[in-house]
Design a protein around this ligand. Structure first.
Ligand SMILES: Nc1ncnc2c1ncn2[C@@H]1O[C@H](COP(=O)(O)OP(=O)(O)OP(=O)(O)O)[C@@H](O)[C@H]1O
Length: 641
């Protein structure tokens, strides 16, 4: 079959997006029928973007095409599998010299050509290649900025902030690292003290600034919700600082409000360009970005290019979480293997000195570190969670999944109850093995989980509507279903239908407005200042009032919007694990599907489990699918490192 016809069949069966096919058609139109292989590979590159990869990894493509391209897709019907070639079969239809054709093509590696082939291995759409190059050169320039620091003074400041101790504190090393360098990544799982560290880092930076004017510090996060969380956790942590540092920070940092990255950079209507860019950089000495694992490659390029050469950039995030839904696992790539340090000997020595230690443990030093792992010379991973014990409950479950250890997990999946009976510290993780999503045990779990919210809604506001709104939004974070997949019986769409019926009966439809409908914004909407992923709740403040949707605004305020103002929303009793990033729920229920799929990975499960702050329930039909997902890793394509 001709490659372009394979693409058409894939498109007709929903395996490929219209935009992917259009690119192939465009190239064929410009270059003629001889360019079929090039057009085919360009369409695949575009398809990869839709799966979060900024490029097509050609080596992996020839080795494991079906896995790399995630074809057939999760939702593929039986008929489509019959009608379409698999990715591996399709690739076999290309002439043997497809790589040479690609290298020789006018569409590749020419001035302003639409495609770029890097190292004969990664094929990019030019725009994404440019983003990657911009990030690399901006970060390289920033990595070279190293301030001369008086180590003994720094040690004194850190002693005052963290206390004097012989015990290695990664938080303290993170502060030292960020004071020395123009670019720093602080990564760590939930509760490892990223906020705790940042507040102390801000104090250290102000203390060790060179001029007399206070540093201009800007705080940002990729979503409104993450920005609101950042603001409140920083505000909360300020109170725990030693008095002299707290007073300095409060007086020097009048603006402690974190904003979305869009707002920081100044998004402009109907344009991908931001107000702040290379020509008009941000006025800031330090920019700190929380939840950086959610920042995609386009936004990261916009950020790094909007920073003036002297601005210090500090990224915070959990490298082991899923990356952004958009293309580019930037943080994950930059600090892959951070758990091993890989510090060049001189850096390891300096870090130890800043801490007052004789040396860092040998396992974190690496003679080749500087050349092999340049970004790790600017990264500190916080290892110890203050919220979860890695040996117990949620901490243990998250740890076993993250490190892909299935032995304990297999036992827990079989008999979580006995494990909890033996040790009450495991009482906060639960399994629910069910034959289908209509199962009464799931229904009971959902009804009990949502009952307090329904009671609050039923009760209505007393005199104080704002207080009621606060209670509702707090209650909405108490219980949440997260599904691994979108479609099928076990997917988000069906779960929302089923839950709506369980809670509100047959007369209510999932896609209509009703009091008690939680919704998620599915696209950034600047006209109402809401972002993709923001969550609201449909309420009625009085019987004669219209339904309004209650959201938390970026400054923490309550917003009561009419549903007619919301263009892109979906019901959110259940949401995908992808969309739950940056949120935390008291009781998180993670629902695995009844069939295997390449999207079921340890990153997905880890992200779902770590959304839970108090209780986590894992719902599944087959325990071996949970184990298989734990063993599977996301392969991040890209050339940042
Ligand atoms: N070195 C420390 N000494 C005492 N308490 C600490 C220390 N580090 C962190 N904590 C406490 O542990 C809790 C979790 O820390 P923090 O909120 O900073 O973690 P985080 O990594 O930012 O979490 P999140 O997953 O929410 O992003 C907080 O209550 C914090 O005050």
């Amino acid at each position: 079959m001709k490659p372009v016809n394979i693409l058409r069949t894939w498109y007709e069966h929903g395996w490929l997006r219209a935009v992917d096919l259009s690119l192939a058609d465009y190239l064929l139109d410009k270059l003629g029928d001889d360019a079929e292989s090039v057009a085919f590979l360009a369409a695949l590159t575009s398809h990869q973007l839709g799966h979060g990869h900024p490029c097509l990894d050609l080596k992996r493509l020839s080795e494991e095409a079906d896995t790399v391209l995630q074809l057939p897709p999760e939702h593929a019907s039986f008929e489509s599998k019959h009608a379409c070639l698999t990715a591996a079969q399709a690739l076999a239809q290309l002439p043997n010299d497809w790589l040479t054709q690609l290298q020789d093509s006018l569409a590749v590696n020419q001035a302003n050509s639409p495609l770029v082939l890097a190292n004969k291995q990664r094929l990019y759409l030019r725009r994404y290649y440019n983003y990657e190059q911009a990030i690399k050169s901006d970060l390289a320039q920033r990595c070279e900025q190293q301030d001369e620091i008086d180590v003994s003074q720094l040690r004194e400041t850190l002693n005052a902030l963290f206390g004097v101790s012989e015990q290695l504190s990664w938080q303290r090393l993170a502060c030292a690292m960020a004071v020395r360098s123009g670019f720093t990544i602080i990564t760590g799982g939930p509760g490892t003290g990223k906020t705790y560290t940042v507040v102390r880092l801000l104090a250290t930076l102000q203390q060790h600034r060179t001029g007399s004017t206070p540093l201009r510090i800007r705080l940002a996060a990729p979503t409104g919700k993450a920005a609101a969380r950042m603001t409140s956790s920083i505000e909360g942590e300020l109170g725990n600082l030693p008095e002299q540092f707290r007073a300095t920070l409060e007086s020097t940092m009048a603006n402690r409000q974190a904003v979305t990255l869009h707002r920081l950079l100044g998004s402009q209507n109907h344009s991908r360009e931001f107000k702040h860019n290379r020509r008009n950089p941000l006025l800031a000495d330090v920019v700190i970005v929380d939840e950086a694992s959610m920042v995609d490659i386009e936004m990261m390029a916009a950020l790094t290019s909007a920073l003036a050469p002297g601005t210090r950039l500090i990224l915070l995030g959990d490298k082991d979480q899923l990356a952004s839904v958009e293309a580019g696992a930037v943080l994950g790539q930059l600090c892959e293997h951070a758990e091993h340090g890989h510090y060049a000997p001189e850096l390891a020595e300096w870090l130890a000195d800043s801490h007052g230690l004789a040396e860092l443990p040998q396992s974190y030093a690496d003679k080749q570190g500087a050349s092999t792992w340049p970004y790790l010379q600017h990264t500190v991973m916080l290892h110890e969670s203050r919220r979860f014990n890695a040996e117990q409950g949620i901490g243990k479950l998250a740890h076993e999944v993250n490190t892909r250890q299935t032995q304990w997990l297999a036992r827990w999946l079989q008999d979580a109850q006995s494990i909890a009976a033996e040790n009450p510290a495991f009482n906060n993780i639960h399994t629910l093995e069910i034959s289908g999503v209509g199962h009464k045990a799931l229904r009971q779990l959902v009804q009990e989980g949502y009952q307090p919210l329904l009671d609050l809604l039923q009760q209505g506001p007393d005199a104080d509507v704002e207080q009621w709104g606060e209670q509702l939004l707090a209650q909405l974070e108490q219980f949440q279903l997260l599904a691994a997949v979108r479609s099928g019986d076990w997917g988000v769409e069906n779960l929302n239908k089923v839950i709506t019926q369980w809670l509100f009966g047959e007369q209510v439809s999932t896609d209509k407005w009703f009091v008690g409908r939680p919704v998620m914004i599915t696209q950034n909407d600047y006209s109402v200042d809401l972002r993709n992923g923001d969550i609201g709740l449909a309420v009625r403040t009085a019987a004669d009032e219209p339904i309004r949707v209650l959201f938390r605004g970026t400054s923490g305020e309550l917003r009561w919007l009419l549903p007619s103002r919301l263009a892109h929303v979906e019901t959110a009793f259940a949401m995908t694990i992808h969309k739950s990033q940056g949120s935390e729920f008291n009781h998180t229920v993670v629902v695995m599907p009844d069939h295997d799929s390449p999207i079921l990975t340890k990153e997905l499960l880890y992200t779902g489990i770590t959304r839970a702050s108090e209780h986590c329930t894992l719902v599944f039909k087959h325990d071996e699918l949970v184990l298989r997902a734990t063993e599977r890793r996301i392969q991040r394509s890209g050339g940042l490192t």
